[in-house]
Design a protein around this ligand. Structure first.
Ligand code: TTP
Ligand code: MG
Length: 355
């Protein structure tokens, strides 16, 4: 099933908030950041200030030279965090599958909400309107079938833009993009690309995959795919899930161990993939059956270590099955669940820790 991903990013976030709260700054070059003349750095600049060449991460001293009449303000993090919470809550009204990237941007997977009557674009517009109604701040959104294309799209029509990248326009947009704008291409890679004569998406597209692998190692394949609009990365959702389980109901009551265990093995694999997607591992495995009379039977056990691989899950499920299933009683449903979950690898950052 093709996905529908929205990337939403507030416009000139800190600066827009200052202009909202201080109407006298509207329409003027506003620069939010460290005010120290010698050590300060610009957090962000209003669009008016960007015309002077001022941008995030620039030393304040340099900004002053480019834009001496700008309005220089210190950041008010508490206000931005509060707004961020409001915006995240709006996202969660639409979908549980939200991956915040920073205080002012997130990916949303809205695949399940899309229908003939309700396009992904209309959902994006409605989210942006809801953000505006709640905060009086504008945002921009990008809609596409994977994360990095959605992110590219959201930057294409700032401020207050809504941009859809679909099969019909993706390749043209990618081909025309400067190579430094490709997600994952930092300044070092950008320079190396330019040395190789790769200046645009089109140049990258023209390189064979094996040669990209030669030049860029493991990342070569990813670059080859990015030039073609291919991306399969899942959203990294930090919701607290209690368990991951899968079950199958048979079309008839069944008593054939070989057949049931084959299904149990498949279910274990599915649970594993689901755990994998969220980088979870679990400590408890449960097997559930429903007998022909609809009675539910479960058995569970604690594992020695957190597990997530299909074979490991099936290893426990196999022995639990033999505990829970009586040899002469057919069943109509089998299921396996892994619970007591913990996060496997990724840092325990939430958006509210970002600053
Ligand atoms: P961004 O979304 O990168 O920038 P922005 O919202 O100001 O502007 P745009 O319309 O282009 O999205 O970052 C969000 C906020 O994070 C930004 O308002 C200030 C803060 N920030 C920093 O403090 N330092 C930085 O280097 C960057 C990039 C952002
Ligand atoms: Mg932003």
């Amino acid at each position: 099933m093709e996905r529908r991903i929205i990337h939403i990013d507030m416009d000139a976030f800190f600066a827009q908030v200052e202009q909202r709260d201080y109407p006298e700054y509207r329409g003027k070059p506003v620069i939010v950041g460290g005010k120290s003349w010698s050590r300060g750095v610009v957090s962000t600049a209003s669009y008016e200030a960007r015309k002077y060449g001022v941008h995030s991460a620039m030393p304040t001293k340099q900004a002053h030279k480019l834009c001496p009449d700008g309005i220089y303000l210190p950041p008010r993090f508490e206000v931005y965090k509060e707004i961020s919470k409001t915006v995240m809550e709006i996202f969660l009204k639409y979908t549980e599958v939200v991956e915040p990237l920073s205080l002012d941007e997130a990916y949303l997977d809205i695949t399940h909400l899309v229908s003939r009557e309700r396009t992904a674009r209309s959902i994006a517009l409605s989210i942006q309107k809801e953000i505006y109604d709640a905060t009086k701040l504008t945002s921009s959104s990008g809609v596409s079938y994977n994360k990095y294309l959605a992110k590219i799209a959201s930057g294409m029509n700032k401020p207050a833009g809504t941009t859809v990248l679909h099969y019909g326009n993706v390749q043209d947009v990618l081909n025309g993009m400067p190579i430094g704008k490709f997600p994952g291409v930092g300044t070092v890679t950008e320079q190396k690309m330019k040395d190789l004569g790769i200046h645009t998406g089109q140049d990258l597209y023209n390189w064979p995959e094996d040669e990209l692998i030669q030049q860029f190692g493991k990342r070569g394949s990813g670059l080859y795919q990015k030039a073609r609009g291919i991306g399969t990365a899942e959203l990294r959702v930090e919701r607290i899930r209690k368990s991951v389980g899968k079950e199958t109901t048979f079309n008839y009551d069944i008593n054939d161990d070989t057949e049931i265990l084959r299904v149990l093995e498949t279910l274990s694999g599915k649970v594993s993939r689901n755990l994998d997607r969220h980088q979870f591992a679990g400590r408890v495995v449960t097997v559930k059956t429903k007998t022909a009379d609809y009675a539910t039977h479960t058995k569970q056990m604690m594992t020695d270590n957190p597990i997530f691989r299909g074979e490991e899950i099936f290893h426990y499920a196999y022995s639990l099955y033999h505990d829970v299933k009586s040899p002469d009683e057919p069943i109509r449903l089998i299921g396996v669940t892994v619970s007591h979950l913990s996060e496997r690898t990724y840092r325990n950052l939430t958006i509210y820790d970002f600053l």
